[in-house]
Design a protein. Structure first.
Length: 388
């Protein structure tokens, strides 16, 4: 059912090229396509929180994205799926008969508009479950109780620092069936989530054989997923991560669409009722030893001493011109980085570091410097000084 449409992704993806996805753009898209929707609440700054609806089946599924406003990959993926379902009549009819799907594209529209993790009141909504101080969290909880969903999908983005343990591949997708307490006991709802995630992982083996991981299963008492799981709602966390040379998350968005569609297929075919938990447990845990760029064996020196160091760089995302984010490279680690890997790496072979501000690389500084004859601009090695 699903495999056929996956190969034709370019034909059904929505026109959302930018990672910056303001609330106004989402609202425009909903109205333009005349999707079935309702307003279920409002944000701190009184922006509407929309819920899209499709299907009349007996299995009820809720997916929400941009609980953190600067995490838009799954939102774009879900609009891809929405477009597919409205263009593929056969698939639409199957979904409509078997499932009832609700999707909140932006739980945190204020944060989405400003490209910030937190909401307008600086509350991390994902840690607001217990006190529910934010209107966004109150809206989510009220909706879940009202509809008594069979499955919940909590959709996020994760940073480029994550990778499967003991691997130099990025974690393009990470999954978690959140725990319900700190004892390690597996609840009924968690087991159901593990079974469904296992179906997703199995279905994506040919697409991402080395780039899937499991997110930390540490118990977070105030976290959304942990608490919904504790209340008996099978909850699936998906973290959309880095794919090589894909900082706009174009490929990750594609694989996220595939993952969600594979979950729908597994539920319809009842594949999640078969024990495939080995796929879940055999997927490596997330590790955090990746950097965007590493310069290795860089020589630093003064009149008396010299040393050889590695320089680690990460990109910081900055919203510019209210159109799209830019990536500002910053030095984050200096020293022996042999236990790290870089998505890009350069071997300086004892070339000497220089910068306008200092003879040493400084943590927190912009990654603009020279290494011997190399000219490094915003982290990237460009033309050498000798050829300028």
């Amino acid at each position: 059912m699903i495999d056929t449409v996956l190969t034709n992704y370019e034909n059904w993806k929505e026109d959302l090229p930018n990672r910056y996805l303001p609330a106004t753009r989402v609202e425009e898209l909903i109205f333009k396509n005349s999707y079935s929707f309702e307003v279920i609440g409002s944000s701190f700054e009184d922006r509407p929180i929309y819920k899209l609806n499709i299907g009349k089946g007996k299995t009820k599924i809720l997916l929400w994205s941009q609980m953190h406003g600067n995490e838009s990959t799954a939102t774009r993926a879900m609009f891809d799926i929405w477009k597919l379902l409205h263009e593929d009549e056969t698939l639409y009819n199957i979904i409509e008969q078997q499932l009832e799907i609700h999707f909140i594209p932006q739980l945190n529209p204020d944060g989405a508009e400003k490209y910030t993790r937190r909401n307008a009141a600086n509350i991390d909504i994902n840690r607001d479950f217990v006190e529910s101080q934010s209107p966004e969290m109150r809206t989510l909880k009220e909706l879940v109780v009202k509809w008594d969903y069979d499955f919940l999908f909590n959709l996020h983005d994760q940073r480029t620092i994550f990778h499967p343990k003991n691997s130099n591949h990025p974690a393009s997708l990470s999954f978690l069936a959140p725990v319900t307490d700190s004892t390690g006991a597996i609840s009924t709802s968690q087991r159901k989530a593990i079974q469904l995630i296992s179906c997703i992982i199995e279905g994506l083996q040919d697409f991402l054989p080395h780039q899937m991981a499991r997110f930390s299963d540490e118990f977070y008492p105030k976290a959304t997923g942990d608490n919904f799981q504790k209340l008996g709602y099978p909850t699936i966390l998906i973290e959309c991560g880095h794919f090589p040379n894909d900082y706009k998350r174009v490929q990750t968005r594609r694989f996220t669409s595939f993952a969600i569609l594979k979950a729908f297929e597994a539920i319809i075919k009842q594949q999640h009722l078969i024990d495939k938990s080995d796929y879940y447990y055999n997927t490596p845990m997330n590790s955090q030893k990746a950097l965007d760029i590493i310069y290795r064996d860089v020589k630093i020196e003064n009149a008396k001493h010299s040393s050889k160091v590695d320089i680690g760089i990460l990109y910081r995302e900055v919203l510019e011109n209210e159109e799209e984010i830019s990536f500002k490279a910053e030095i984050v680690e200096v020293g022996d980085l042999s236990d790290y890997f870089g998505h890009d790496e350069y071997h300086a072979e004892n070339r000497v570091f220089k910068s306008e501000s200092n003879i040493y690389p400084e943590i927190g500084n912009s990654a603009d410097f020279q290494i011997g004859e190399w000219n490094v601009v915003n982290g990237a090695k460009t033309t050498s000084w000798s050829t300028r």
